[in-house]
Every structure is written in C-alpha cells, then in structure tokens.
Design a binder for this molecule. Structure first.
Ligand code: SAH
Length: 258
C-alpha cells in the first residue's frame, strides 16, 4: 500500500450504468486508489479495475434503507485520507448531480483534506441518449432541466412545479418512480398539456434497459401496469415524440437495406 503524509479524496462519477461510459480520468483514479467507497448505483464491473490491495467499502443507499448514513460516509472519507491514503468516492452518474458530492467536499474542506471532483455522465444524459431521446432539439426544446422527484424530510428547497410546467421544455426527473402520480398531478394542475409525451427509462444504458412511452394523461397507469422500478428516469417533453420519428426512420432504412 502506498502511503504519504496527507491523503487525497477523489469524488468520482462512475457514469450512468454502462461501464464503458466512465471517463479515462475516473478509471485512472480507480486504478490508483488505496480505498474505494462506492455507491449502490455504480456498475460493480468497475471495481474490477481496482488494484489488488485496494480496500472496497460499500456505502450504498437504496430508497428507504441506508447502508451508511451520510455522516458516517463523511467521517470515513476523512478517516482514510488522514491515514495518507488515496481515496476514491465512487458515485453513480455525476457526483454533483443529486449525488451529495458537495456535502462530502465540504466535510473534507472543513478538515483541511484535499479533494478533487471527477465529473461523470449523469444518468439523464446517458439514459436519454440510450433511449434515442435528444434532450434539446432545434424544433422542440430550447431548454432542459434536471429535477429531483423526491423530497426527503429536512430538504430545504421546494420544487417549483408551477414554474417547471411552463418555463422548461424538457424535464428530466430523477428519483421520481414512487412520486410519479404526484408529479403528474402537479404538472397538470399547473397547466401542462395532458398530451405532453413522457418516457420512463428504467436501468438506462444497461443491457436490461426498458423504455416506456406515454403521455401525461396515462403514464402513471402505464408505469403501474409495466411494474416500473428503480433506478428510472422520467423524461417529459415534446422531444420524446422525436424518438418515435427516429425509430420509424431506422425501421424504414433497415427495410430498404434488407
Ligand atoms: N448522481 C446520479 C444521480 C443519483 S440520484 C447521476 O448523476 O445520475 C439516483 C437517481 O438517478 C435514480 O433514482 C434514478 O432516477 C437515476 N438513475 C441513476 N442511474 C440510472 C439509470 N441507469 N437509469 C435510469 N435512471 C437512473
């Protein structure tokens, strides 16, 4: 094990699921780590790139059940770095998009421990691309927003569904599976058209990816009947209809070739 006077923590994005969607920088940090503290949503294949001496610590958080509290994770990062170790904090997607990476960075900064953020492809971008959805489009969407669908006890920021319903063209909603009926109701209440196309992308960028397409009128019943489960993203906006055009064009081209 390589030890120096002061360790360093790399807060690293593992990408959305497909292990090949990690950055070269993130991969190098994994290879060099003495300790890797990893989350539930990272692709476990990535841990295979750690050195044989690396200690692997699971800190996953499934909805409703936490293997390690955020406080404990922060303390563990400080603990390992204080021993002079090279620490990787490996998170799904991007560490700063609903990843609590900033809280960890703050805890490290408060103890004078150096850290670096290595960004990753966030799941909205990865899953949308894998499902054939372009989150912006010159004809359909000049803006998109990443929104959390889950509000935990103690969260300080309210979600402004009233503004989001009108001021953003494409909504990418994380952690929204169990809240889908409520989200849908909020958007409809604030005047979003019930014909607005919606895509639900489950386990995006992985071999078991599933995409469910509907509209704000029926998406909650579709999710129920298709037994949508975590992790999944909700994409709302006209860009979802472009996906259908894309699929039709692909089928047409395939028919011409065969
Ligand atoms: N930091 C992560 C997000 C963590 S919040 C990122 O940048 O992607 C966890 C939520 O991300 C899940 O509830 C789900 O909404 C979304 N998510 C993560 N991986 C996903 C995947 N492979 N497919 C669809 N959604 C995913």
């Amino acid at each position: 094990m390589r030890e120096s006077a002061s360790g360093k923590v790399f807060i690293v994005g593992a990408g959305p699921g497909d292990p090949e969607l990690i950055t070269i920088k993130a991969m190098r940090r994994i290879e060099q780590a003495d300790v890797i503290l990893y989350d539930r949503l990272i692709n476990k294949e990535l841990l295979g790139y750690a050195s044989s001496y690396a200690e692997l610590v699971y800190c996953g958080k499934a909805p409703g059940s936490h293997a390690m509290s955020q406080q404990l994770i922060n303390e563990a990062l400080v603990h390992y770095a204080s021993q002079g170790k090279t620490v990787v904090r490996l998170k799904g997607g991007d560490p700063l998009v609903f990843g609590r990476g900033a809280e960890e960075a703050l805890a490290l900064a408060a103890q004078g421990i150096s850290y670096e953020i290595v960004p990753g492809i966030t799941s909205a971008i990865g899953a949308a691309a894998a499902a054939g959805i372009s989150v912006t489009h010159r004809d359909y969407a000049a803006s998109f927003a990443c929104v959390t669908g889950s509000r935990c006890h103690g969260d300080k920021m309210a979600i402004r569904w009233d503004l989001l319903a009108h001021s953003v063209d494409t909504l990418a909603i994380y952690m929204g599976v169990s809240e889908l009926p409520a989200i849908r109701e909020e958007l409809l209440k604030h005047g979003k058209a019930s014909s607005t196309p919606v895509a639900l992308i489950e386990r995006g960028t992985t071999p078991s990816q599933r995409t469910i397409i509907g509209t704000l009128a029926d998406i909650h019943t579709l999710a129920l009947s298709m037994k949508l489960s975590n992790p999944a993203l909700i994409i709302i906006g006209e860009v979802v209809s472009v996906r259908e055009q894309l699929l039709q064009a692909e089928q047409h081209a395939a028919a011409l070739i065969s």
